[in-house]
Design a protein around this ligand. Structure first.
Ligand code: F6P
Length: 445
């Protein structure tokens, strides 16, 4: 078997190469450990002379991490403006937030060409390429154009919108022609697969698209949660709650996550069910993200204001209704916090998958499990029918679901949790990667 070449915009940072940090790196962790692999992408660093600067390689176990720096122009135009200011909002159905310019679009293709030019010299004939995510839609075709003959797969970690919406993107055909250079394309849900197929069909393009939902490593995460819940940091937080029920939300500070709507749902709980006042704490952990994009900065202002308003209106000198942080908390502590929480409150407006939902389930105590309140617009929703599913725009509905979660008896909680944990254990990170790679390697390049 040849090597596996993983290509993603960001690669795991040096400190994360023996312990995945979240998102895409969790899904790929096992796949790259179990065979000779190369993981290629941006180092996370910027420098003016990046184009003259060589690719840096580090070998850790079975994996060579090959990374390169970006110029500030590439960072601004490719990463911030086009990937996260055009493609991200489009793929999350927020077209009014798209800020398109031709110059940014060209910079996106130029940056993809830099990925291709820098990767090709590192490749061997029997390598299998696996490209990840929206930053790199055109890369498959660019590798083919440079003479790469091995199999090329692509996985999209975020949603894909229907043709009626996707066609708002100028040069959509060019983007899809690039993507069609891949032998196999994986997406998170059957809905995304249908949407993407519809777009290819609209241009008469042929492409092999299948839904392969990503999972986690539930056994490892569960173990981490058990150890962390008994550790000092989590115990201190539990002690500070003095008998209050705990609702937890964990997300990057991103408009796709439905954070203001989530706050309004919680506010409605305090309004419609006053018996919870002083008896419940909502802990929202929200590390800031992509602050170079205006819509993210505006969201932070909105959220800061909303949390202050709700805490001001309902809080008392000895009780803060919402505890809110905008800096990251270690994955280890998060695992323990999920375990000690009564409710996982995970309500994105649109999300590719949402691995937090799966991690929350894996972390629970089987004898006294917490309840998952989940948006029906998370990619995880079709796999998790036993969660209390909500529409984040319906504040009353969210409040009712929180109330139902907080009053659910232990048998009902256990029944729902067992079914959810069964699904999380069936469809893991390992089985996801295997399913995709098996079908890629069975395809004809
Ligand atoms: O959700 C898509 C994704 O690429 C995740 O895999 C990752 O955790 C997140 O976005 C990171 O975003 P950024 O690289 O812009 O910080």
């Amino acid at each position: 078997m040849g090597r596996l070449i993983v290509v993603s915009n960001r690669t795991p940072a040096p400190g994360e190469r023996t312990q995945p940090a979240g998102g895409l790196t969790v899904g790929l962790y096992d796949a790259v450990q179990t065979r000779d692999s190369l993981w290629f992408g941006w180092s996370g660093e910027q420098r003016e002379d990046a184009l003259e600067h060589p690719v840096t390689e580090e070998r850790v176990g079975n994996v060579t991490y090959a990374t390169f720096d970006m110029t500030p122009r590439q960072y601004d135009r490719f990463y911030l403006n086009f990937s996260n200011g055009v493609l991200w909002p489009l793929c999350h159905y927020r077209t009014q937030l798209m800020r398109y310019t031709r110059e940014d679009c060209e910079a996106y293709y130029e940056a993809n060409a830099v990925f291709a030019d820098r990767l090709v010299p590192l490749l061997k004939e029997d390598d299998t390429m696996w490209i990840h995510d929206y930053h790199l839609f055109p890369l498959g075709r660019m590798l083919r154009d440079r003479g790469v003959t091995g199999r090329i797969g692509f996985f999209l970690h975020i949603p894909f919108p229907p043709w009626s919406m996707a066609r708002l993107l100028p040069q959509l055909r060019r983007l899809l022609e690039g993507l069609a250079g891949c032998d196999r394309i994986g997406v998170q849900t059957p809905e995304d697969a249908q949407n993407l197929r519809g777009c290819f069909a609209a241009y008469g393009l042929e492409a092999d698209v299948e839904a392969v939902p990503i999972g986690i490593d539930p056994i490892r995460f569960r173990q981490q949660a058990i150890e962390s819940a008994a550790g000092e940091e989590v115990e201190q937080i539990v002690d500070s709650l003095v008998g209050k029920r705990l609702i937890i939300g964990v997300d990057r500070l991103d408009y796709s996550k439905g954070l203001p709507e989530r706050m309004r749902g919680y506010e409605m709980l305090l309004k419609n069910y006053p018996e919870y006042r002083g008896k419940v704490t909502f802990l929202q952990i929200t590390p800031v993200s992509r602050t170079g994009v205006e819509s993210y900065r505006l969201l932070k202002e909105e959220l800061d204001g909303l949390v202050g308003t709700i805490n001001g209106a309902y809080g008392t000198p000895d009780w803060v209704p919402i505890r809110y942080t905008t800096w990251p908390i270690s994955r280890n502590v998060l695992a323990g916090l999920y375990r000690v929480s009564d409710v996982g409150y995970i309500t994105p407006l649109r999300d590719g998958m949402n691995l937090v939902a799966k991690e929350f389930v894996a972390a629970q105590d089987s004898k006294d499990p917490g309840v998952l309140v989940l948006s029906r617009f998370a990619g995880a929703a079709p796999e998790m029918p036993e969660a209390l599913q909500v529409n984040p725009l319906d504040a009353e509905g969210m409040a009712d679901a929180l109330h139902a979660a907080l009053t659910m008896d232990v048998e009902t909680r256990h029944e729902a949790w067992s079914a959810l944990y069964g699904e999380v254990s069936r469809n893991t990170a390992g089985s996801w990667a295997k399913q995709f790679l098996d079908s890629l390697e069975a395809s004809r390049p």
